[in-house]
Design a protein around this ligand. Structure first.
Ligand code: MN
Length: 213
């Protein structure tokens, strides 16, 4: 009897349903203290007695982001910086606006899986796995696509009208690393020799690429 209970417990522990990315919150909520005096993994909680509805509220995601830039796209992210009450809860949302032929360039969210719903227009989207396999698809209104946590992904508008998407992310602080900006636009910059070798290009081409960022 004891050994079968032990076996069941072992099975429960090894079940995929027992896997989790984030530790569970230990209270109803933990509204981020905007003026922290100590720094922890995340934000410390403000006194729950001072909580108000506004701590869980944001307004304005009905408005298009300003796409007047080189890429013709804009992400409006609503994370723990915008809603302090999201602290410790493991979710965020974003609105993505892309002009025709605009691009949300290859990037990753180191701490979140993303699930994207198309609300208007068309997007060609894709992500690349850790063994360099590309999964891509053209999405139209009502279509949903997933970008697994940490993987490089992009969204391009191949259509003739403004495209809008809504993304949900599995972290209150997903993080954003744009691949080209990280490689070619870091401060201080990564040395030419390193980049020339990594990208198999000559140093003049690297200098030109760096000047674009
Ligand atoms: Mn993304």
């Amino acid at each position: 009897m004891a050994s079968s209970i032990f076996l069941l417990a072992l099975l429960a522990l090894s079940s995929p349903f027992a896997l989790a990315f984030d530790p569970s919150p230990l209270q109803d909520f933990c509204i981020a203290d905007e003026m922290p005096r100590v720094f922890v993994n995340g934000f410390v909680c403000k006194d729950p007695k001072e909580a108000k509805a506004e701590d869980f509220f944001f307004s304005g995601l009905d408005k298009a982001g300003d796409t007047n830039n080189k890429l013709g796209s804009k992400v409006t992210l609503v994370d723990v910086q915008k809603i302090a009450g999201l602290n410790t809860l493991g979710v965020a949302v974003a609105r993505l606006d892309i002009e025709p032929y605009g691009l949300n360039p290859p990037h990753t969210h180191p701490r979140a899986t993303e699930i994207l719903t198309i609300e208007e227009g068309t997007m060609y989207v894709g992500f690349v796995t850790s063994d360099n396999k590309l999964f891509s698809k053209v999405l139209n209104k009502g279509d949903v696509f997933v970008f697994p946590k940490g993987l490089i992904h992009f969204e391009f508008n191949p259509g003739t009208k403004h495209a809008v998407g809504r993304a949900s992310l599995s972290s209150q602080n997903p993080g954003l690393i744009r691949v080209a900006d990280a490689l070619l636009g870091s401060k201080p910059s990564i040395s030419d020799d390193i980049l020339a070798k990594a990208l198999q290009l000559d140093r003049k081409t690297i200098d030109w690429l760096q000047s674009q960022f």
